[in-house]
Design a binder for this molecule. Structure first.
Ligand code: MLC
Ligand code: AMP
Length: 499
């Protein structure tokens, strides 16, 4: 007898995992174009400014938008930055870029000029779709030759000679992340990676064309983009786009639009649990949490208050979705579940680091062969930098990280970047950044500072020192002044001793 695959729990009864080819449709643009050719009047994406866009609208509008991008001189393999509030226009621009074979570079709109400058010099984008006036100014200074447009793509009309001609191995997206160490690097995700990433959760979460997602996550990270948006369009389902999160906005949208699903980071669930209307979550058939740990306590509180058993899953920019609690079996609080369809997972016997392989795993870091080589072992397993263990029923529990990372409200903060910026403050002699556990934010960015002998810095002065240098969410929320930082014999700060 052969051992069942670890991902078998995610397949519907009667489906043999070995018979499923996640890459059958080759690329997302090809699969989407097929969906849009049938039932063109089906409402697909809603936003506050334009109401519902149908499948037919998306087919037409993305074709026209791809033509405009082509007319502006953009060709297969060119990079295009996308950074704007969630809207149907932004989705049209994103899909058009993918249909044309451009490589989309999603960027967090909270980034400051220095953070954007790094991405511009590293990715060398030829165009940017942005909605913030200061970004238009910064980009003109950073790369005067770049085509910079709003999500409405105010360019001349033109026709692209061909669309959706992509192989699974063609690059589709550069997701900037610091990985386990160092400066932000672009994880190259191929069309096959994006397809496998969306197809695996479509199967596992029993996503159906009748489903309707309330999507209040930004479209510049994997959670909102690679899971929420791509999964909706691949399934032929629909989504309500909200460009900011409040419990009322989510619950009202669920009500008004008869939604069936909500995906969010734990901070969103903490705020929902505090809302007097939390019981209304029970109208949804599926609530998914991820991007940071969902506490077992919050999981239980949501069940008590709304009868909802939140389904927690685990993912990464480099791998899209990796592991998920099962849809049809127990969703176990405090665990992330089992490898998703197509994902192979094992733990490094030395330290318990989670190692993965699969069609969802990225092709490597953009123009950084050494970082790529370090990220994979000899047999092609990708080192996630997360530490895990299996419980007695085989559920994966994440018990920490081998990489230095603070996750605040589902957003990653790399201590090294903030430390380097704070070290240039005149009252700071030395600094270490850690995360302090917090019920609402998961972790609070915390600075441990050795002041200079002359003056002691305040939290406000550290934060204003970072203004314009790094995004607000990376600024410390707590400050501890200390006489020295605990260092080991090699001079490395022993962060576990800071608490
Ligand atoms: C906003 N602020 C944050 C913050 N978000 N500070 C720390 N951490 C954050 N995540 C700042 C604001 O700039 C503001 O600063 C202050 O906090 C108060 O803002 P708020 O109004 O309370 O916050 P809000 O706008 O409601 O944002 C909270 C949030 C948002 C949780 C809705 O952070 C969010 O959308 N998070 C989701 C991020 C995400 O998509 N992650 C997925 C990554 S993909 P000031 O100074 O003005 O007071 C990934 C892979 C995977 O990880 O597995 O999914
Ligand atoms: P990013 O690099 O932004 O894609 O963030 C990915 C990281 O988020 C992972 O490596 C994990 O450390 C963390 N993460 C994502 N989902 C979860 C989860 N459900 N529980 C704990 N950590 C998570």
């Amino acid at each position: 007898m052969t051992t069942p695959r670890a991902d078998a729990v995610h397949f519907p009864a009667g489906v043999e995992p070995g018979d499923v080819d996640l890459l059958e449709e080759v690329s997302l643009p090809a699969a989407w174009a097929k969906r849009w050719a049938v039932e063109p009047s089906k409402p697909t994406l809603w936003d506050a400014s334009g109401g519902w866009a149908t499948r037919g609208d998306l087919g037409r509008r993305t074709k026209a938008a791809a033509g405009r991008l082509y007319g502006a001189g953009l060709r297969k393999g060119d990079r295009v930055i996308l950074s704007a509030a969630a809207s149907v226009d932004l989705v049209v621009a994103h899909v058009a870029a993918l249909r044309l074979g451009l490589i989309v570079v999603p960027v967090n709109g909270a980034y400051q000029k220095a953070e954007l400058a790094h991405i511009v010099s590293d990715a060398e984008p030829r165009a940017a779709v942005v909605d913030k006036p200061e970004w238009v100014r910064w980009l003109a200074e950073l790369a005067p030759e770049m085509t910079v447009v709003s999500p409405r793509l105010n360019l001349d009309d033109a026709t692209a000679p061909s669309l959706d001609q992509l192989g699974s191995g063609d690059p589709a997206l550069l997701g900037y992340t610091s990985g386990t160490t160092g400066v932000p690097k672009g994880a190259v995700l191929t069309h096959g990676n994006l397809l496998a990433g969306a197809e695996s959760v479509r199967i596992a979460w029993r996503w159906e064309p009748e489903d309707r997602l309330v999507l209040a996550l930004p479209l510049f990270h994997m959670h909102g983009l690679g899971v929420g948006l791509h999964g909706t369009l691949l399934t032929g389902a629909s989504a309500v786009l909200l460009n900011e999160f409040t419990p009322d906005a989510v619950l009202d949208a669920a009500n008004t639009h008869d939604a069936t699903q909500f995906f969010g980071v734990p901070t969103m669930y903490t705020r929902l649990a505090q809302s007097p209307k939390v019981g209304e979550l029970s109208r949804l058939r599926l609530c998914v949490a991820g991007s940071a740990p969902l506490s077992a306590d919050l999981h239980r509180r949501l069940e008590d208050a709304a009868g909802v058993r939140v389904l927690e899953r685990y993912g990464m920019t480099e791998t899209i979705m990796l592991v998920s609690n099962p849809h049809d079996a127990e969703r176990r609080a405090g665990t992330v579940g089992f490898p998703l369809p197509g994902v192979e997972l094992r733990l490094d016997p030395d330290n318990g680091e989670v190692l993965v392989r699969g069609p969802n795993v990225f092709a490597g870091y953009w123009r950084r062969p050494e970082a790529t080589e370090e990220a994979f072992d000899d047999e092609g397993w990708f080192r996630t930098g997360d530490l895990g263990e299996f419980d007695e029923a085989g559920y994966l529990r994440l018990r920490g990280r081998a990489k230095e990372l603070v996750i605040s409200g589902g957003l990653n903060v790399y201590p090294r970047e903030v430390e380097d910026a704070i070290r240039t403050h005149s009252d700071v002699d030395d600094v270490a950044i850690t995360g302090t556990p917090d019920e609402e934010w998961g972790e609070l960015v915390t600075a441990w500072v050795v002041p200079t002998t002359e003056k002691k810095p305040t939290l406000e002065s550290l934060r204003s020192h970072l203004d314009g240098v790094c995004a607000d969410f990376k600024h410390p929320r707590l400050l501890h002044l200390v006489d020295e930082l605990p260092r080991n014999a090699l001079g490395k700060v022993q962060k576990h001793l800071l608490s």
